[in-house]
Design a protein around this ligand. Structure first.
Ligand SMILES: [Zn+2]
Length: 318
């Protein structure tokens, strides 16, 4: 059997046909153009699936299910997208609309959970019974996988690590609260802290790399400056790592997963980030002599969205 996986993003929709073993057999993509009515976007998604089937010479009868990873919250029972800020979707009947075109089981879940599932099947956490994936991008996403299944939570809000409170009365968050993990551990946070540092230390290599324009500071540039040993950049990076390690330690205290997987744009800092987190996390843990989870970098990259969404079908229907 073949499983269709769809990575629905604010800019692009990537569709793939995935084998039982979790490898992509054929793929295609289309622009989301999120201002359009959702019915038109879903029709494009269905057309993209048909294109993938032709490309991969796959018969519709061989398709077991369609899985969709969304940047938001869905009700897995009803197949309704409850809230998807990037797309401006509230209470969108995504499953019913998709089944107008292709009558197969449709499973919908948050994209961070989907990425965590992909890693647990064919990525760095394969073979682990419990894993938590933390994506460090524009925001901070979290996904929980237990015994090969995602844990969406009783109210589809499980794993929202980015919105755990880290700093009481801290930086305002898009979710309506203050001081969320996302405001201190995302690429956005790294950039904000770097701009503040450059205000006090304008000679920093960060600002030089940005051509003297604070608006051009991005996460990669801050990390590159820190790798070169620039003191202000290192202060920013170390502050970032401390917030991240504190957040991960909260996950360990509450959930104690076998492995924590770091993904998203900031994780491209590679060993520079991984070594720092691995050095600090054991020092924060309770009962220091007890073993803690492995911390690893995600392995799958962009294809995690397609593979994980497809595996939602395998997850439920096998
Ligand atoms: Zn928040």
């Amino acid at each position: 059997m073949v499983y269709i996986g769809i990575d629905l993003g604010g800019t692009n929709i990537a569709v793939g046909a995935v084998s039982e073993a979790g490898s992509i057999l054929a793929e295609a993509s289309t622009k989301t153009l999120s201002q359009r009515p959702f019915e038109v976007i879903v029709k494009d998604m269905a057309d993209c699936i048909k294109k993938v089937l032709v490309k991969g010479k796959i018969a519709l009868d061989d398709v077991k299910s369609i899985g969709i990873g969304i940047p938001g919250v869905a009700d897995s029972d009803s197949g309704i997208v409850l809230n998807c800020t990037n797309l401006g979707w509230v209470n969108v009947p995504l499953r019913a609309e998709m089944q107008k075109y292709i009558n197969k089981p449709v499973l919908i879940e948050n994209d961070a959970n989907v990425a965590a599932l992909a890693e647990s099947y064919v990525g760095v956490s394969a073979g682990c019974q419990s894993s938590v994936m933390v994506t460090l991008g524009t925001g901070v996403g979290g996904g929980i996988v237990i015994n090969g299944k995602t844990w969406p939570g009783a109210h589809n809000r499980g794993g929202e690590i980015g919105h755990m409170t880290l700093v009481p009365d801290g930086v305002p968050c898009t979710c309506g609260n203050n001081g969320c993990v996302e405001r201190y551990c995302s690429a956005t946070a790294l950039i904000r802290m770097a701009r503040q540092e450059c205000y006090s230390f304008p000679q920093s290599a960060i600002l030089q790399k940005a051509g003297g324009d604070p608006d051009r500071i991005n996460a990669k540039l801050v990390i590159d400056a820190a790798k070169e040993g620039d003191a202000p950049a290192l202060r920013v990076f170390n502050t970032f790592v401390r917030y991240l390690a504190l957040s991960l330690n909260n996950i360990v205290a509450f959930f104690d997963p076998e492995i924590i997987v770091l993904g998203g744009g900031v994780s491209h800092a590679g060993d520079f980030l991984l070594d720092s987190v691995r050095a600090l996390l054991p020092r924060l843990q309770m009962f220091k002599s007890l073993p803690g989870p492995r911390v690893e970098l995600a392995r799958l990259g962009n294809e995690a969205g397609i593979i994980g969404a497809a595996l939602l079908g395998k997850n439920t229907y096998v």
